[in-house]
Design a protein around this ligand. Structure first.
Ligand code: ZN
Length: 364
């Protein structure tokens, strides 16, 4: 349901929304240098979330050569069903940025924060605006089903294909640098006019180069922004972590609390991953560009392959796999438990002699 094309200023918006039977805006509960964050429930966020979002803003300020002078208001829900019915976001299913305020869930918040930082110096068309949010976010970009030229004049979700918008923007950043890209975002006119004025070539010429040059996927510009798991010996890493919501680098949602660490593997081999926490998982960082799609199961990449959209392997519990073959690269380790109670947890990775032998039952 969309009842208004542009929300009124925030102070009035809550009243309007309630009259219309919509949801109240969450109460502002957290404050960082650049952010004022409202959440529907108390204790939704931990210090690690706050520090991460704040660092993301600082990184984006540097990348885009701008500064956030007025704190960005962020309204955060931990379920995404809210948005289509809310009246806050016209037609976005996952969140939006409107006039100084982000309305998001845990999945969309980083994308929307890019919009908020871009808004400090430019108001690009949807193709360039969504392209920037995809290209500067914390995921890989890759080719879409449609071409950039086909999307130039489309409005945002659901008409615009975000993938080619993001991948083409990222290709521009890689091949022509940030300075021109900032000019592009600031340029006036249609998507095509803004581009052709800034880059001195037609969109068709650029698209031909893009299809010839861009890899299947670019690594993310902002990825695995967490502390390293300390190395404690030859091919061994270990740490005892205080999982306390108020401690730095501890993350939370309304359901779980946990910590994230980065493991850097330099030698291919089998590694045993253990934790005293309820859940442990490992995913590859989005560091490298991928010339071609990486298929899960490709023996060249071990048990945690750098698949385009990510690949998560649990190493605890019945369905987990505690001995994994890992290839050189950076990985993100997460450990977590349900609820918000403070616990101390050990996390250890060490070289193992080989995979755990599979019995016929477990292999089947
Ligand atoms: Zn967006």
């Amino acid at each position: 349901m969309t009842v208004q094309t542009k929300p009124p200023p925030i102070t009035c918006a809550a009243v309007v929304a309630c009259v219309l039977g919509c949801n109240d805006l969450p109460e502002l509960r957290y404050e960082t240098e650049h952010l004022r964050i409202g959440t529907a429930s108390d204790g939704l966020l931990c210090q690690g979330n706050l520090d991460h979002y704040e660092r993301l803003i600082t990184t984006l300020e540097q990348q885009l050569g701008t500064s956030v002078r007025t704190p960005i208001h962020v309204y955060l829900w931990d379920e995404s069903r809210f948005f289509p019915d809310s009246g806050w976001c016209d037609d976005s299913l996952i969140g939006c940025y409107r006039q100084g305020a982000v309305y998001a869930d845990f999945i969309s918040i980083e994308h929307e924060l890019v919009h908020a930082v871009v808004d400090t110096f430019a108001t690009p068309t949807p193709f360039w605006s969504e392209g920037a949010a995809m290209a500067l976010g914390s995921s890989r970009t890759f080719f879409g089903e449609t071409s950039p030229v086909d999307n130039l004049d489309l409005h945002a979700s659901p008409q615009l294909d975000y993938r080619p918008a993001g991948h083409f923007s990222r290709w521009l950043l890689e091949t022509h640098g940030l300075e021109l890209y900032r000019e592009l975002l600031r340029a006036r006119g249609s998507s095509r006019e803004a581009f052709e004025r800034t880059y001195d070539m037609t969109m068709e010429e650029a698209q031909e180069l893009y299809f010839a040059e861009a890899p299947h996927a670019y690594g993310a510009l902002n990825t695995c922004d967490h502390p390293d798991l300390p190395q404690t010996g030859d091919l061994q890493w270990s740490e005892t972590i205080e999982i306390d919501c108020a401690a730095p680098n501890v993350w939370g949602t309304s359901q779980v609390i946990g910590a994230l660490r980065v493991l850097t593997v330099t030698e291919r081999g089998f590694y045993e991953l253990t934790t005293t926490e309820q859940e442990g998982a490992i995913i590859p960082c989005f560091d490298e560009d991928l010339e071609h799609p990486v298929l899960v199961g490709d023996p060249n990449y071990g048990d945690v392959p750098p698949a385009s959209g990510g690949f998560l392997q649990v190493f605890t519990g019945d369905r987990g796999k505690s001995v994994l073959e890992l290839v050189p690269g950076r990985y993100e380790l997460s450990i977590a438990h349900e609820g918000h109670e403070t616990r101390t947890a050990a996390l250890t990775v060490r070289a193992a002699t080989g995979p755990i032998p599979q019995t016929p039952e477990s292999a089947g």
